[in-house]
Design a protein around this ligand. Structure first.
Ligand code: SF4
Ligand code: SF4
Length: 181
């Protein structure tokens, strides 16, 4: 099976440096607005802040894969004297919470690392975080080409089953045609 090179892009989070300013949410939602920068709404952001000021918890989490069903994990973790729930660290758009869902359609939001043409030097949430709580990293990995395609097909099928063809195609059309939302 053919192997292809894939660039793995990640954002490392340093919670000790985050002060909860939410600049990352603002710029992410503005960058993904149609037309670009026409509006900002944290609910459309692909990075969200778990913000509990009374407990001094400011935890930025960027959106990962869509999960069809909620998991059973409900553990609590104490880190540096602060209590976090297992869900706080999870990047999934899942049925058990409102995070990472497009407010109009309910479709899952996923971080695309600010994909753009020409490419940006670094993702905008990283650039706008003046506290350097977010650090962008890239590494090369070899992956099976077929597995990549199968993953894509599987994801599309799950979305089609859950949201229906009309909603999915309508959202894609809106995103590609630049209709304001
Ligand atoms: S911009 Fe940086 S400091 Fe501000 S909320 Fe986001 S991660 Fe935290
Ligand atoms: S990398 Fe870009 S798309 Fe991903 S969370 Fe940051 S600003 Fe949003």
């Amino acid at each position: 099976m053919a192997k292809v090179k894939k660039t793995i892009k990640t954002i490392t989070v340093d919670v000790d440096k985050c002060n909860g300013c939410r600049a990352c949410e603002m710029i992410c939602s503005a960058f993904h607005a149609e037309p670009k920068y026409s509006s900002n709404n944290p609910e459309r952001s692909r990075i969200r802040l778990i913000r509990l000021p009374l407990q001094d918890i400011y935890l930025p989490v960027y959106a990962g894969e869509y999960a069809e069903a909620e998991c059973a994990g409900r553990n609590k973790y104490i880190i540096d004297g602060k209590e976090y729930s297992e869900c706080d660290f999870c990047r999934a758009s899942c049925p058990s919470r409102d995070l990472f869902k497009e407010p109009d359609s309910g479709l899952p939001l996923k971080c695309d690392m600010c994909e753009s043409e020409p490419p940006l030097e670094e993702p905008l949430c990283v650039k706008w975080c003046i506290n350097e709580a977010l650090v962008y990293e890239e590494r090369e990995e070899e992956v099976e080409e077929q597995v990549e395609i199968e993953d894509l097909e599987r994801s599309l099928k799950v979305l089609l089953d859950d949201f229906g063809e009309e909603k999915l195609i309508g959202t894609l059309a809106r995103l590609t045609q630049g209709e304001p939302r």
